[in-house]
Design a protein around this ligand. Structure first.
Ligand SMILES: [Zn+2]
Ligand SMILES: [Zn+2]
Length: 180
């Protein structure tokens, strides 16, 4: 039983080095901006933000930041830069997003839906306000799995507290922390 879990944790470690296995289909992020919080969403390969700059220009520093941070997990469409805008505005957005890149605590992932290309099968993972879920057999037993653990590692600085917890593996928790 323990060796099974240790195996999963080791697998998760390897997976965490391979973010390109993960395809983010949907994500909702609360972004703590300079003045206000903003909600940024990706769905159907398109980004949206509730900030004024996005409303006016169709692109903003919040989206640019997430495009960079999450790049290996995004589709080609979701990585595309926004519409061409006034040069000086673009420069200031790029500068802002560069700064944000080093301030990942501004980003709080609220929900997501991703496909994970495992060694044998693909799996669907979700994060909601009640926590993680994965459609693999391991998750049904342990309430966590190599796929969830890998994503927790990759996204750690951007996850709310409840999403960083190691599932409901109660007795095995000390093992998880010992190995992490
Ligand atoms: Zn924005
Ligand atoms: Zn899984």
């Amino acid at each position: 039983m323990h060796s099974d879990l240790i195996g999963k944790i080791e697998k998760a470690r390897r997976y965490a080095e391979e973010p390109e296995r993960i395809a983010l289909d949907e994500i909702t992020v609360r972004f703590h901006g300079g003045n206000n919080d903003h909600i940024v969403r990706l769905a159907n390969h398109r980004w949206m933000c509730d900030c004024e700059v996005f409303h006016l220009r169709g692109v903003c520093a919040h989206i640019m930041t997430l495009q960079k941070v999450l790049a290996p997990m995004l589709s080609a469409e979701a990585r595309e830069p926004g519409p061409v805008i006034i040069h000086s505005e673009l420069i200031s957005m790029i500068e802002k997003s560069r700064r944000y890149m080093h301030e990942l605590d501004r980003i709080e992932i609220q929900t997501l839906r991703a496909r994970f290309r495992g060694n044998n099968n693909d799996h669907i993972l979700t994060l909601t306000d009640v926590g993680w879920s994965c459609d693999c057999a391991t998750f049904r037993v342990w309430n966590t799995c190599a796929h969830v653990m890998a994503l927790q590692r990759i996204l750690a600085p951007m996850l709310p507290a409840h999403a960083r917890e190691p599932g409901t593996v109660s007795v095995e928790e000390h093992l998880v922390s010992a190995l992490s």
